[in-house]
Each structure stands twice: as structure tokens, then as C-alpha cells.
Design a protein around this ligand. Sequence first.
Ligand code: B12
Length: 160
Amino acid sequence: MKVTLIEPQKYVSATNHASTVAMPPLGLAYIAASLEQAGYQVTIVDAFAMGLDRLTPFGPVFLRGASNDAAVASIPADTDLMGLACMFSCQWLATRLLLGDIKRRFPNIPLVMGGEHANALPEFSMSQAPLDLVVLSAPSAAAQECGFSGGSLPHLHIRN
Ligand code: B12
């Protein structure tokens, strides 16, 4: 099974130092390692790293990273599952746009989200974006559950 993990552009506020530092996607790296150990083939599309010097105005702030079009174009056409994280709720306004772009390009491929914002507001997130699954906890176990078709899936919030 082929899984693509996507790191979106990141929110940057010129007046907030905590948002201007480089933020390597450690969470996605953990998920990727766990999936690879379980035998999945993983591709990471790191839109933030693909455009470190690219700042795009987004309301009163900026987004740093490659465009959503470039990120979507980097997703392998034969992927079986796509996942990304939303760590900060302030990031959600931008991330939900990327989720829409991904789903328009891959309407039949399951789209999964994890991370702190997803855990805090799973139903709200699913109401605002075309997510198929939200991972609630124990993400390594949950990420592996995404590939299973039956049985108990205690770590997932699934669209009915
Ligand atoms: C380190 C940290 C930072 C670092 C970021 C470092 C980095 N590399 O990303 C810095 C200092 C930059 C930072 C900044 C901010 N932070 Co901060 N930060 C944290 C902290 C303490 C740990 C995050 C972390 O790296 N965890 C370790 C990694 C390995 O875990 P992870 O990324 O969460 O990934 C795991 C899961 O989420 C999941 N997962 C991740 N991705 C995916 C993908 C899929 C598909 C799946 C299935 C699962 C999955 O699996 C991973 C492995 O277990 C958390 C608190 C916490 N305990 O989570 C707050 C936290 C995320 N931060 C928070 C906030 C509010 C901020 C700021 C807005 C603060 C501010 N006012 O400036 C800024 C925002 C920056 C921005 N760009 O706008 C809040 C977010 C709350 C929210 N709902 O928005 C948190 C939750 C703290 C809190 N309780 O308030 N932060």
C-alpha cells in the first residue's frame, strides 16, 4: 500500500517570533517510520521545505512554503492513502484550502488528518473540509488502522 504524507505551507506572523522559526515536521516523520516498519511505502511531500523562501500574503499573515498547486502536483498519482497534520488551529484556515485542493485532484483516495487541532476539533474539522478520517490518538496505531477494512478501529473518527 502506498501512503503519501503531506506537510502544508506554514502560517507566519511577522510580529510573532514563535511562528517564524523553522518547524521540521517531526510528527509526520514518526508516522512515516511507523508505516514503513509495518510494510507501507511512504512518500512525504513537504510543501514547507519545498518553498522555504516563498512567503504568500494570507489575510494579515503570510504562508511560507510551496503553493498548494505545487504540493498537490507532487503527490504520486498511484497513492492509496493521503495524510497530513494540523498542529495549530490558527493554521486551519489555510490547511482546509489545501485539503479541498487535494480532494478535487484525488476524489476517490482516502484523506486523513492528525495532529493537535484534529484531536481537539474532529467533528468541526470534518464539517469544514473533505476529510474521510480524523486520527484521535495513538497515531502510530491509528495510521496503521487506516489501511485495514474491518474490525474495531478505536483510534479513528470516520465519516459515515
Ligand atoms: C514544539 C511546539 C511548538 C514549536 C513547533 C516545533 C515543530 N517542530 O513543529 C514552536 C515553538 C514553533 C511552536 C509554536 C506555536 N505553538 Co506550539 N507546541 C509545541 C508542542 C509543545 C509540541 C509539538 C511537537 O512537536 N510534538 C512532537 C511531535 C512529534 O508530535 P506531533 O507533531 O503532534 O505529531 C504526532 C501527532 O500529532 C500525530 N500526527 C502528526 N501528524 C500526523 C499526520 C497523520 C496523517 C496522522 C495520522 C497523525 C499525525 O502523530 C505524531 C506522532 O505521535 C505542542 C504541545 C503538544 N504537547 O503537542 C504545542 C502546541 C501544538 N502549540 C500550540 C500553539 C498555540 C502554538 C503557537 C500558536 C503559540 C503562539 N501563540 O505563538 C505557535 C504557532 C506557530 C505558528 N506557525 O503559527 C498549541 C496548539 C493548540 C491549537 N489547537 O492551536 C499546542 C497544542 C500547545 C497548547 N496546548 O496550547 N509550538
